[in-house]
Each structure stands twice: as C-alpha cells, then as structure tokens.
Design a protein around this ligand. Structure first.
Ligand code: MN
Length: 492
C-alpha cells in the first residue's frame, strides 16, 4: 500500500502535523519490517498498513493511525518501544505498547479460564486508553480478512476468539461496521455449512430484491423531493450474514418472513427532517402496526439512534425504512470511534458518557465513568476472583440504560437495574440511606426495574444507619453490591 493510498483513505483528510506523523510512521514501519513476509506470502508491513487504513477510514486521530502502522514494530523488529517514544512521542508509544501487551495473550489452561483472562486484560487496556482497543479491533479485522492463509486449527482458534471476545467488544463500543464483519468472517470458519446455506438463501432472494430496492429508492427520493425534504443520501442496506442466520433460525429458515433483510436507509440533514420524512412516507405508504420505532427520542442502550418503520412500500411489498441524520449514521457505523469525528458538543450522550477527554493531554479515556470503577472494585474484591470478573462481564456486555437525576445528570446502569443501583451509582451515602424512590414522579419499589430514560429521585433518611441486607438479593451492579456489603460489615 502506498503512503498516498493510506492518507487518501482517511475520513477527514489529514494535514499539517497529523499528516507528518502518519508519513513518518509509514516510513519507519516499511523500513523496520523490510524483508519480513506473512503466511500469505505478502510483505509483512502490508498487514500493519491495512490495519492503519481501517483506522483511517473510521476517521481516527493521527496518533491512533500512526500507532496502527507501528503496532507490530517493537514485537517483530529491532526497533524498540523507547525508540518509538523518542521519534513519535509518548502518546503513540503508549498506544503501541498497549497493543503489544494485548497481543501477548496466549491460550493457556481451559478455554473458559483463558476467555476470562483475555477479557480482564481487555478491560484494563480499555481503562488506560480506549484507542488501544480500537487499534486491536482493526488488527483483528485484517487478520480475519486474511485468515485463509493459516492452518485449519489456528483458523478455528482465532475465529472462536473473534466471535466470543472481539465482536462483542466492537458491539459494546457501538462499532457496527466492524462488529458485523468480524461476526460474518468468524461464522464462515466456525459453521461453514450454516454460513453457506445462509449465503445461498440470501443470494437467491437478493437477485430478485435488488431491482425492487432500486425502484423503492427512486420512489422515496421522488416523494421526499416533492415535499421539499432534502435527502443527503438514500441507499439500500443488507443485513449481515450471521445476524440473518439467527433470524432465519427463528423463522424456520423461511427468508420471506424476515422483513428487515433489506432496508432502505435515508440520510437527512436534521432531526426535524427525520420526523418530517417519516410523515411523508407514512402518508403514501401504510406502515405495519407495531413496527414504528423512534430510537431518536429513546436511543438503543448502545447509543444507536434512527427512526425505523416497516411499510407496505411500492407495489405493496413489505420493506423496512430507516431514517437518520449524517451524525447518527456515522455513530451507528463507527460507534465510539465517531468520538474522534465530532466536537464535544456534537457528541451523543452515550459518547460523552463513555469518553471524556481531559483537555488535550493524556489518553482520552482516562476518566471514562464506569471504567473508573474498575480500580475500586479491584481493590475491594481483589483481582482475578471470579466474582469480580463475572460482575464485570455481566455489566460490560449487558445492554445499558440511561436514567436521569432530577437535575438532569445521566446515570448509566445495566438493564433491569433498580433504584438501589441508581442510588449507589450517585453516591454510597445516598445508597446507604435510601428509603424510597420515584421514577418519573411516581413512587416505585426499591427493587423495581428501571426503564431507559426515566428521571429517578431517591428519598433518603439521614438517621438510617445501614442498608437493608435484602438489597443484596436484587441489586444488579457490582458497585451497589460491594457498597452494601461494605456498609453492613462496618456496622457489625
Ligand atoms: Mn498485527
């Protein structure tokens, strides 16, 4: 890959210092990896450049792209991390070091044990700087794309790890693009027969549907134009293969019952345009009952925003339509990575919550709110105990809901979290002295499941000495549980 090709791939063209940094990394990596080959026979550096290109396409900052280019340098060449630090500065060196450390994970012991250990290391790398994980995802994506060059047993091992660890992490970070491709690639190696069958079903249907989608796009574009709604882009989207397989299994492998195999996606300039466009479409095409979803007012727990509707479209055929702004679209594809594409004020609630950079210095993810809890949990419960890992794993992979304090502060909680979890998420003292709760102004039990978007108010009694031990049976978060235990012990 030429330097020009890499630079051109960037979502936001690099200039000045950023361009210089990437250029220098390119030159150093090409020289350092000179003569090294991959199993496929191509030059080793092509792998590093391909990973960097994925990062560039996501619009990542120059340091991350440079670190992507250099990610295998200290491990596989004579150039040391210190030298990288000297040439590129501490930020790039830290990113490369993080990726190198993650790369040293090796299978040992039982699969279960290894899985937990890998996850643990991922979490801690993430707490340091979330960009390390994004680079690791790009590295893994390119390795998956070129997996055919490896022997079969390695293929299976890597595919399994991808399905169990990397795809869920990409999902949790909202990076739909990478998650979908990782899943499809892993699925192909893990269940080749099911993969082939799904692809065959999809292709038969696709050939027939392609024409229809084209016509549908034309019809919707004309309809919007007539009503003076600007559409920046209208395109068709296909469900990914692995997700389609799951849906097919639910419907006896009958592809005609999967309504969202193809969808028409409309990108408009503003949120108001989204609703207007929905109105225009519903005026012409009857919507299916129960399939209108407003993920703009109420985003999905992983931050996803769009309007969805399933309509009896042109010629009466059922088709799903998704309407969103450009920013919502970028966030749906790139998730946490879109953080680097937008300014602080433009970021979604979810992204602001996830990564809060401190001015210009230091790793961006230093004070990710829930990550900050890691060190305290680790301290309280002790490293490596299964309770710690399980709590963490459940909280990380569970979808999250967002609730609000009466002042409008956002509290992120796992699904089915209770007012007790909410109280402890605010402050341990509020948790310890909680006696009642209101959700959206109505009294609710302390063990009630909170809903996404609710405003929650906790009533406290300052004279109360300790939390109720029964709370342990329904509290969902590790924070709440460990604080309750701690307070009970203290009172004894
Ligand atoms: Mn690599």
């Amino acid at each position: 890959m030429t330097l020009d090709e890499l630079l051109k791939a960037h979502k936001n063209p690099l200039s000045g210092d950023g361009r210089r940094l990437v250029t220098q990394a390119y030159e150093v990596a090409v020289k350092a990896h000179a003569g090294q080959k991959r199993k496929s026979g191509e030059d080793y550096v092509e792998h590093s450049l391909a990973a960097a290109k994925i990062l560039a396409q996501m619009g990542m900052d120059p340091e991350t792209v440079a670190a992507g280019i250099l990610h295998d340098v200290p491990e596989d060449t004579i150039i040391t991390l210190d030298e990288i630090k000297g040439t590129f500065g501490p930020q790039v060196a830290n990113l490369v070091d993080g990726v190198t450390k993650l790369g040293k994970l090796r299978l040992k012991g039982s699969r279960e044990e290894n899985y937990m250990e890998n996850l643990r290391k991922m979490f801690f790398a993430m707490a340091e700087d979330i960009r390390v994980i994004i680079i690791k995802l790009a590295d893994r994506l390119h390795n998956m794309r070129t997996l055919s060059a490896l022997p079969h047993d390695k293929q299976l091992k890597i595919a399994r790890e991808t399905m169990e660890i990397y795809a869920p992490i990409a999902n949790r970070l909202g990076i739909g693009e990478i998650k979908g491709e990782l899943e499809d690639l892993a699925f192909k190696y893990l269940e080749p027969a099911a993969y082939d069958e799904t692809v065959r079903l999809m292709q038969d249907y696709a050939d027939e549907s392609q024409q229809y989608i084209e016509e549908g796009i034309q019809a919707l574009r004309a309809a919007l134009k007539e009503e003076n709604i600007q559409s920046l882009d209208i395109h068709g989207r296909t469900k990914n293969i692995y997700r389609l397989y799951h849906k097919l299994k639910k419907h006896d492998m009958d592809i005609n019952r999967v309504y969202d195999l193809f969808a028409i996606r409309i990108i408009v300039p503003s949120v108001a345009d989204c609703y207007e466009a929905l109105g225009v479409i519903h005026k012409r095409y009857r919507p299916m009952v129960g399939r209108i979803k407003d993920y703009i007012s109420l985003p999905k727990p992983n931050g996803y925003q769009s309007l969805h509707t399933t309509i009896f479209g042109p010629k009466g055929r059922i088709v799903e339509v998704q309407i969103r702004t450009k920013k919502m679209h970028d966030e749906a594809e790139f998730g946490i990575a879109a953080h680097w594409l937008y300014t602080e004020n433009e970021r979604s609630i979810w992204q602001r919550f996830f990564v809060r950079p401190k001015a210009a210095e230091g790793p961006a993810a230093r004070d990710v709110a829930w990550i900050k809890q890691l060190s305290s949990w680790q301290h309280e419960i002790g490293r490596d105990t299964s309770e710690f890992m399980q709590g963490l794993q459940i909280e990380f992979f569970k979808n999250h809901i967002f609730c609000f304090t009466p002042k409008g502060d956002i509290i992120q909680l796992p699904e089915e979290a209770t007012p007790v979890d909410f109280a402890y998420a605010i402050h341990s003292e509020i948790g310890d002295t909680a006696v009642g709760a209101k959700a959206d102004g109505k009294m609710v039990a302390l063990d009630a499941a909170l809903q996404n978007g609710q405003v929650v108010e906790i009533m406290v009694d300052k004279n109360r000495k300790k939390p109720n031990p029964d709370w342990l049976s329904f509290a969902k978060t590790s924070t709440a549980k460990s604080h309750i235990r701690h307070a009970l012990k203290r009172e004894e």
